[in-house]
Design a protein around this ligand. Structure first.
Ligand code: ADP
Ligand code: LRH
Length: 485
């Protein structure tokens, strides 16, 4: 039978992995060879990614892969928006900033004032998030920009280190907020208005493009030979959405649940309308020319940061949360929850106190409050997506690390009144591998492979959320009416 083997490198905000995928007879098996932690590194008031440490872990994973033999290709995906700057010789200029860096405080508001928020949204269809690459470039010291010759998004940077190609893959290019989803080209005018040279931007390539072969140096370091480097959908969320095991036609939405909850729809074209802008929806590029119409919900980040202080096992923490009764709620998208910090439990408590609710005390109570709130917010965003797109949502697919949290899946089913299908946990790796394999050339087959290869679990909506409970949540947000769903 036809067998193809590929390596995927998936760098998430909280952890990374190197995996070997074997595609045979319409089924994909995935073996995780190496897993390693990831996170922000605070230095002198800034916040950075340890990209060199990630690179070392990648090389280690590739070394493990070399003992298996017979691999056709390798590709990298990561979180969006962040980048490295290279000088003319290809040297990395300084550290790679983290999208939660305090350097971005107030920058988006300034750029919106200069360029006009309506103009930026119309040109890009991308939701306003303070860390979009557009605002990160506006925050760069001019000396650094003057020295820079090339901007590479994080996965592109790793591809460059693997094989020497200097290109940007489309799905991640779209996260920058200087990409025009209509033309499929960089929206260079936005950068020029900020005094940033568009010459920094490499050529855009499609997911599935062969970028080269591993450099002699990487071959020596890892023992791999003759392996091609193929760009997957390099934005992790694009790879995850490609691997949503949906049975099309009946209307479905996805929640890519990890550090962030990306709640969205797959649409045939960008939806750049007044309603989409009012709801601050994003139109990111998906595989096969699709659009990911979605919204960022703060996600499990809040639990992760609480747990950085508690140091508990996630499985036990979530089981404990499910065992306590529902109580206070937060608006998970309140800006106070975005920064990194071990004081996250205190921030949740302060929010509850300020809004006149009971103050959760134990890790189980605090986690319960976060899960209940994430589920209600997810349901709210699903309604908004349906209204803005005119696309009905029947089933909700939850993929990613958060799809392992059974109580959260049930809460989303209850809050949305829709069945939730949970899994696969490693959707991002799967999407990455399948795009490399060329499964994309056979339309519709990709998701069929995912369905055939993974056990999925369905959560049926139980008792409806009471009107009092919905009112308790609605009183918090303070979001514009158009966004409240
Ligand atoms: P990212 O790609 O953003 O780093 P992941 O998709 O890897 O995120 O998901 C990480 C999340 O998965 C953790 O924050 C945690 O909430 C959840 N998780 C991890 N392990 C478990 C587990 N054993 N049981 C339940 N949830 C888990
Ligand atoms: C999820 C993700 C998300 C982006 C954020 C920066 O990992 O890529 O899609 O908005 O990180």
């Amino acid at each position: 039978a036809d067998v193809s083997r590929h390596l995927a490198i998936d760098l998430g905000a909280s952890s990374g992995r190197v995996a070997l995928g074997t595609l045979e007879g319409g089924r994909l098996s995935v073996e995780i060879l190496h897993r390693f932690p990831n996170g922000g590194v605070p230095v002198r008031g800034g916040l950075y990614w340890d990209v060199l440490g990630l690179w070392r872990e990648v090389l280690h994973g590739l070394r493990l892969a070399a003992t298996r033999g017979g691999v056709a290709s390798v590709g990298v995906n990561s979180w969006a928006v962040d980048y490295g700057l290279l000088d003319g010789r290809g040297e990395l200029l300084g550290a790679v900033n983290h999208y939660r860096s305090p350097r971005l405080n107030g920058v988006m508001e300034r750029v919106q004032g200069e360029l006009g928020a309506g103009h930026i949204y119309e040109a890009t269809g991308i939701q306003f998030l303070p860390f979009n690459t557009l605002y990160q470039l506006a925050a760069e010291p001019p000396e650094r920009l003057a020295q820079a010759r090339t901007l590479l998004m994080v996965p592109d940077l790793l591809h460059f280190w693997l094989c020497g190609a200097r290109v940007t893959e489309r799905t991640n290019a779209s996260s920058t907020q200087f990409f025009d989803p209509r033309s499929g080209e960089w929206a260079t005018g936005l950068l020029e208005s900020l005094g940033v040279s568009p010459l920094l931007l490499p050529r855009i390539v499609e997911p599935g493009t062969v970028l080269g072969t591993l450099s002699p140096e990487v071959e020596r370091e890892t023992g791999l030979r003759g392996v091609r480097v193929v760009a997957p959908a390099t934005h992790d969320t694009a790879s995850a959405v490609a691997a949503v095991p949906a049975q099309e036609e009946d209307g479905w939405a996805y929640v890519s649940s990890g550090t962030w909850s990306l709640v969205g729809l797959e649409t045939p074209a960008p939806v750049i309308t007044a309603a989409a802008r009012a709801a601050n929806l994003t139109n990111e590029a998906g595989v096969g020319g699709t659009t990911r119409l979605l919204k960022n919900v703060m996600g499990l980040w809040i639990v992760q940061q609480c747990n950085a202080a508690w140091g508990l096992d996630f499985g036990e923490l979530y089981a404990g949360a499910a065992a306590v009764p529902p109580g206070p709620l937060i608006d998970p998208d309140d800006a106070r929850f975005a920064p990194m910090g071990h004081d996250m439990p205190t921030r949740v408590q302060a929010y509850c106190r300020e809004t006149g609710q009971a103050v959760p005390q134990t890790p189980a109570e605090i986690t319960r409050c976060i899960l209940d709130s994430l589920a209600l917010r997810t349901a709210e965003v699903l309604e908004t997506l349906q209204d803005v797109s005119g696309q009905a949502v029947g089933t909700v697919h939850v993929v990613g690390g958060g799809s392992q949290i059974a109580p959260l899946n049930q809460l989303i089913a209850d809050a949305s009144g829709r069945p939730v299908v949970a899994g696969p946990v490693e959707a991002t790796l799967i999407g990455n591998l399948l795009v490399q394999s060329g499964a994309l050339d056979r339309p519709g087959e990709l998701r069929a492979v995912v369905r055939a290869s993974n056990d999925l679990q369905t959560f049926t909506p139980g008792a409806a959320v009471s009107p009092e409970r919905r009112a308790q949540f609605a009183r918090l947000g303070g979001r514009p009416a158009a966004e409240a769903g």
